[in-house]
Design a protein around this ligand. Structure first.
Ligand code: CTP
Length: 409
């Protein structure tokens, strides 16, 4: 079962009496943990005011295509990219017709065309209009384009008739929308993920660390949970909240991360090392705060255990994925890590002034023995989902192969 926690849901409201329920729907989606933005068609504004939906969503309502102010803020392409899912509720007969034709003559229809996110519609109309062959053939056309149809329910209608065409209740729409995020690709599997930096103490108040925010690792853990896996996240110190549906274990140093990983490695089918683990730690940690009595101070450093390589060396080893942050020669460095550490896959990302550690966006080059796959720049949450999709497919392929093909070199 999927969850809407931290998901970005773009709610389209079209003209129909059920639009009065949209305010409740927004509130319930937000209560369930989603971030919601609303697009209204002009006829929707006859039924409910933009101010109401602005108040309940906490964001201005988007209404016009090519409105100079709106496009300067979040234009139609940004909105289409922003969304993790688009839900049109209520969806009028007219809107279904326009969606079936692939129209792009208002903001909502344009965003539906421009988005890569799943699109779902909750039809709401008079039962004659619903049963009309024209509406039914429009529905068949949009289903063919992978648009999900939520409902409608049967019952008494605002027009006094009885039959199919009532919009599903907001609580049912929240459940169905949540299921859009459950892919089932990792059902029944356990995924172990490391994330964040480590902290190697010099003395009780000082330490060696790095700029990793943990965002990518947390996004990977969430994407794995979304795909149905049992997820254990071993996290270094970060400012992030524990992801929903993920067992998060907080550690400080590379050694603690190593020990926590090995307590759980035997149960993991897949290991993904996203943490920026310190390669060196102070050879000795001072018990008391070091005083500046000397003119010069030398810190002796020693290597930390390589967690990723130690997991890949287990027998049997989980499907093991490493990360490589590089400023240049991405593929070459990643391939060296793949071979040296005997990994199944290396996800390499370019780090630089505007990409990498603190940023919300990133791209990845997936390097495997079989070849290279590029995942273009996108929000880390989406990138993590694409990585998990790829890893799930590779894991399944490897584990359905004959046993002799599973042996490592
Ligand atoms: N890693 C690890 N344990 C360590 C160090 C790194 O598990 N002690 C993992 C990271 O989580 C990441 C990958 O190894 O998945 C990064 O590889 P690494 O060789 O450490 O990268 P760099 O330090 O950037 O490599 P280089 O030695 O080329 O600088």
């Amino acid at each position: 079962m999927g969850s809407p926690v931290n998901k970005r849901i773009l709610l389209g409201v079209t003209g129909g009496i059920a639009a009065y329920k949209s305010a409740d729907l927004v509130r319930r989606l937000r209560d369930a943990g989603a971030e919601v933005r609303v697009i209204m068609t002009s006829s929707a504004t006859e039924f409910i005011t933009p101010l109401t939906l602005q108040a309940v969503s906490g964001h201005p309502v988007y209404r016009h295509l090519l409105d100079t102010d709106a496009e300067a803020g979040m234009g139609h392409i940004e909105l289409a990219r922003w969304a993790d899912a688009v839900l049109v509720a209520p969806a009028s007969a007219n809107f279904l017709a326009r969606l079936a034709q692939g129209r792009a003559d208002d903001l909502l229809s344009t965003v539906c065309l421009a988005t890569e996110a799943p699109v779902a519609v909750a039809p709401a109309m008079n039962q004659q209009m619903w049963n009309n062959p024209a509406t039914q053939s429009n529905l068949a056309a949009i289903k063919k384009n992978a648009v999900r149809i939520f409902g409608p329910a049967e019952g008494s209608q605002a027009c006094g008739e009885v039959g199919p065409g009532r919009m599903l209740e907001p609580v049912e729409l929240v459940t169905l929308t949540s299921e859009l995020f459950a892919t089932g690709e990792l059902d029944g599997l356990t995924v172990l993920v490391t994330a964040g930096p480590t902290w190697e103490a010099i003395d009780p108040v000082r330490g060696l660390t790095n700029r990793s925010s943990g965002k990518m690792g947390y996004a990977v853990a969430e994407a794995a949970a979304e795909a149905g896996a049992k997820v254990i996240l071993i996290s270094g110190p970060t400012a992030l909240a524990d992801p929903a549906r993920v067992r998060t274990i907080r550690v400080t140093s590379a050694q603690e991360m190593h020990d926590a990983v090995h307590r759980h490695a035997a149960e993991a089918n897949i290991f993904i090392g996203v943490a920026a683990v310190a390669d060196y730690r102070p050879a000795r940690t001072a018990e008391r705060k070091i005083k500046k009595t000397e003119a010069r101070l030398t810190l002796e450093l020693e290597r930390t255990p390589d967690i990723l390589a130690s997991v890949a060396a287990l027998r049997p080893a989980p499907f093991t994925v490493g990360f490589a942050a590089e400023t240049e020669n991405l593929e070459q460095h990643a391939r060296a890590k793949l071979e040296n550490k005997k990994l199944d896959l290396v996800a390499a990302n370019r780090v630089g002034a505007d990409l990498g550690f603190a940023s919300d966006d990133n791209s990845l080059l997936l390097v495997e023995r079989e070849g290279v796959t590029e995942l273009p720049v996108q929000p880390k949450t989406k990138l993590a989902r694409a990585l998990i999709r790829h890893v799930a497919a590779r894991y399944r392929a490897k584990n359905s192969a004959p046993v002799h093909a599973l042996r490592r070199p």
